[in-house]
Design a protein around this ligand. Structure first.
Ligand code: SAH
Ligand code: DHB
Ligand code: MG
Length: 227
């Protein structure tokens, strides 16, 4: 069993149910398994989305008809592979990664999965590489340093069109998100991010709590209604 990010007495059951559905609905092929193995061999942290979450991201690409996807936070490219595979011919995913070693591992994994022609990793702090990107993106997945989520939201809006879907990972953090007095910079960044979405008339959003092999966490999904 993967070590959950947030401990719980139910962790083992949550992981079992995740595996049951993943086996039935989101089986990993050789390339996805190899990516996780290569990540581990290269010492990357185990912060990839789960297989079921990867499949959900892929389905989001499919059902939004996205042709251009932006990901902030690549790690080893596991989520990138899931989304890249759901793109149409001529589709493109650009993924932003601060850590050069993570980016190198990701490029290797993307090549193994044969999506290197549609998946590009840009190395650098996202706040330095975001200004280099051309709008619009159809789907934007925010999954990097949570402290910068407020800035990533502003960039996502700059790089959006009407109808763009914005998804952010890890917005529950074992329930920590409700602590208004938290000293955790990630939680503070997340709460500011949530407040910004709440206050922004251009966005329509919801949050989903999730349990599974990563423990108790969740995601926010927003759609851009106007610019
Ligand atoms: N989306 C990946 C997991 C990303 S983990 C998956 O599900 O497979 C978060 C990643 O964000 C890490 O690799 C980390 O190095 C990267 N990161 C952290 N701060 C960043 C920043 N300022 N700019 C870009 N990437 C950053
Ligand atoms: C962390 C980051 C993630 O993107 C994730 O899905 C889980 C944990 C982290 O930095 O702890
Ligand atoms: Mg994440």
């Amino acid at each position: 069993m993967r070590t959950p990010d947030y401990p719980s007495q139910h962790a083992e059951q949550w992981a079992q149910v995740d595996h049951y559905f993943a086996d039935a609905l989101a089986a990993e092929d050789v390339a996805l398994k190899a990516a996780l193995a290569h990540n581990a061999a290269q010492g990357l942290p185990v912060h990839d989305v789960s297989a079921l979450q990867g499949k959900m991201l892929a389905l989001m690409v499919t059902l939004t008809g996205a042709k251009r996807v932006l990901e902030i936070g690549t790690l080893g490219g596991y989520s990138t592979i899931w989304m890249a595979r759901a793109l149409p011919e001529q589709g493109q995913i650009i993924s932003l990664e601060f850590n050069p070693h993570h980016a190198e591992v990701a490029r290797h994994n993307l090549a193994l999965a044969r999506v290197q022609d549609r998946a590009e990793v840009l190395v650098g702090a996202a706040l330095d590489t975001l200004p280099m990107l051309a709008a619009p993106f159809d789907l934007i997945f925010i999954d990097a340093d949570k402290v910068n989520n407020p800035h990533y939201l502003q960039w996502a809006l700059k790089l959006a069109r009407i109808g763009t879907v914005i998804i952010a990972d890890n917005v529950v953090r074992g329930g920590a998100v409700v602590d208004a007095d938290s000293h955790d910079a990630n939680v503070r960044g997340l709460r500011e991010f949530v407040q910004m979405i709440s206050d922004d008339a251009r966005l329509d959003a919801t949050a989903l709590q999730t349990v599974g092999e990563k423990g108790w966490d969740g995601l926010i999904m927003a759609v851009v209604k106007s610019l």
